[in-house]
Write a protein that binds this ligand. Structure first.
Ligand SMILES: [Ca+2]
Ligand SMILES: [Ca+2]
Ligand SMILES: [Ca+2]
Length: 311
């Protein structure tokens, strides 16, 4: 059964136009020319001159004076699409990431039936409207900063990859400070692996790296046996909290979506294939964690083409 949790937009105040919201966290490393720091990551484009989070840049940019998300505001005299012409287009649908209502899934029509700024192609299954906005989209442009923990990570060609074929490897940004409530989707593909029990790829939720190694919740798919799993890790102890079968096999070299949701006392996890949910599970959250998000592999090489955070 697919079960999803309503997520309250705790950072909706930023969307309402409070100046300085996009400077909440410093970028590591400092963003290069043509990029601006936004929630701790470097995104294409220039600074938000109006300080309104509404015009020039950022995941909450409404797309300026082009496209269905235009709000007609004065700040849209120069849209982000125009300002960063030729900008990155992760999904190749012709709409630059900053203007795309679904930057990780091709949707050239930009259909958005409920008008919440999140495209139909990447609305979350089972509970439309539970996510109010996208707060970060990471196409893994080379300028973005991540903390690696174990494994052999690389970032190139707008992808983040991990080549270690045994044991676990994490990459995360603990500085985001999203708190308890967040929904994270990654697009991932499995490579070769050597572990005979687990070949996992997915997203980390509530990563807490105050005392390394980090503590976390993990929403993932296991390519061995074809299941969706929720794990916790705290003080050196792993715990498999929930596991349900997938309706499809995980094939190396193919792309899948893995979506994790953390709210209050619950963690939900779903796996997507070809735009459909192919398995989901829910577990109670017992660890008092808040913090960043990330990605993790276990027992397999894997590639991540993007990570998107919503609230
Ligand atoms: Ca696009
Ligand atoms: Ca798209
Ligand atoms: Ca929508």
């Amino acid at each position: 059964m697919t079960r999803w949790i309503p997520v309250v937009g705790l950072v909706a105040a930023c969307a309402a136009g409070l100046a300085g919201c996009d400077d909440a966290n410093a970028c590591r490393p400092t963003c290069g020319a043509g990029f601006t720091c936004y929630y701790g990551v470097c995104v294409p484009g220039g600074p938000d001159a109006a300080g309104d989070d509404g015009g020039e840049i950022g995941p909450r940019d409404d797309g300026g004076d082009v496209g269905p998300r235009d709000d007609g505001g004065a700040e849209d005299a120069v849209s982000s699409c125009e300002a960063v012409g030729g900008a990155h287009d992760e999904d190749g649908d012709g709409i630059p990431d900053e203007c795309d209502d679904c930057p990780e899934v091709s949707d050239p029509g930009q259909a958005d039936a409920d008008g919440d700024g999140i495209g139909d192609a990447c609305e979350f299954p089972g509970d439309p409207g539970r996510v109010s906005e996208r707060v970060a989209f990471l196409p893994f442009l080379e300028s973005a900063g991540w903390v690696a923990e174990f494994g052999t990570w690389w970032r190139r060609d707008d992808m983040l990859g991990q080549d270690q074929q045994f044991a676990g490897a994490n990459a995360f940004d603990d500085a985001w400070g999203f708190g308890d409530d967040v929904v994270v989707r990654t697009i991932t593909s499995w490579g070769t692996g050597t572990d005979t029990t687990y070949r996992l790829s997915g997203v980390l939720l509530r990563v807490d790296a105050r005392t390394p190694p980090s503590d976390w919740y993990y929403c993932c798919a296991n390519a061995i046996g074809g299941t969706v799993q929720i794990w916790s890790f705290q003080a050196g102890a792993f715990d498999l909290l929930a596991e349900e079968p997938l309706s499809v096999s995980i094939n190396s070299g193919e792309w899948y979506g893995v979506v994790g949701s953390a709210q209050g006392g619950e963690i939900a996890c779903a796996v997507e294939s070809a735009g459909s949910v192919v398995g989901s599970t829910v577990a109670g959250a017992t660890l008092p964690l808040s913090g960043g998000i990330g990605v993790r592999t276990y027992g397999t090489a894997a590639v991540f083409s993007s990570v998107t955070a919503y609230r």
